[in-house]
Design a binder for this molecule. Sequence first.
Ligand SMILES: Cc1ncc(COP(=O)(O)O)c(C=O)c1O
Length: 379
Amino acid sequence: MGFSTDAIHVGQEPDPATGAIVVPIYQTSTFVQEELGKHKGYEYARTSNPTRAALECNLAALERGRFGFAFASGMAAINAVMSLFKVGDHIVAGHNLYGGTFRLFERVLRDSGLSFTYANTCQLEEVEKAFRPNTRMLYLETPTNPVMEITDLAAAARLAREYQVVLGVDNTFMSPYFQRPLELGADIVIHSTTKYLNGHSDGVGGAVILNDAELAARLKFIQNAAGAILGPFDSWLVLRGVKTLAVRMERHNVNGLAVARHLEAHPRVEKVYYPGLPSHPQHELAKKQMTGSGGMLAFETGSLENARTVLKSVRLCSLAESLGGVETLISHPATMTHAIVPPEERQRLGITDGLVRISVGIEDVEDIITDLDQALAKI
Ligand SMILES: Cc1ncc(COP(=O)(O)O)c(C=O)c1O
């Protein structure tokens, strides 16, 4: 069925015990068995829980994948995916990942024997040069955070297939409503459900969706063995959030474009990064592989002082990490989400001290614009 119908119904049959239309929160650690080896499909809630199972089924459908797995956070999801690899394996990763992902790779997984090379995945020649005989995965985000660079997913998938490496895509920024990497040839999709999927800034979670049955069996094993599962209440919150994903994303998109256009014309703003603007260098590619541009954008104020003034002066926009909630959040990547990235690398990526990121919410857009205008007037 259509995306919105799936979002509301897949995995969410009326409760077989009571007819409840909403999947109940099965807040239980274990399930009573009738006799040895005879149970109703659930034994212990780390292995499987009906609320989590409903969410996993739902998210798989939305990404048009066969298997879904829900984790305690986006980072737990990424860590579980990386557990598919072993000592000596090499991963080529996008050069502009979420700072926490970079930290996991460099400060945790490198010590466990994986190696990483970072490449600009918008330039697939760079990726190809980075491949080695022991490369097992190409891992990327598109659009990137916060400068919104776009990787051609279909071309990246062709390259990955040619070199027999797994293509993993963090699809947090777009959500499956605007971009479905599996349909473009990716092998694994990852989400921080903390963001658009939950959508209400009231839960931390992660998800992995994939098609390959063998990889899925290994990931299911890792999910149970390592145990970083999403709890029943948090699973329920994401299920509830996802029901309105389509309408929320439409509004994020309308508001995002309106704010981007306004800032682009603003005399105090030097540059705006938003794939929905024709001035974005990859606007055509964005239109090809995404059905909208969403609510994430960044803009250049010119200096740390200017950025500080804007962030201190906003009233409606909240100064906070995270993104993808109904409320507009504003942040300073250089000292917040990307503080872990070395300063020279940040400069190279365009994450300057004057860069401000906005997760445009679904409030009345005139109010968001008025707030930004009064803050920019203080520069
Ligand atoms: C693109 C992206 N991936 C992964 C994560 C990590 O997710 P979580 O904070 O749910 O662990 C984030 C968090 O901001 C993110 O922005």
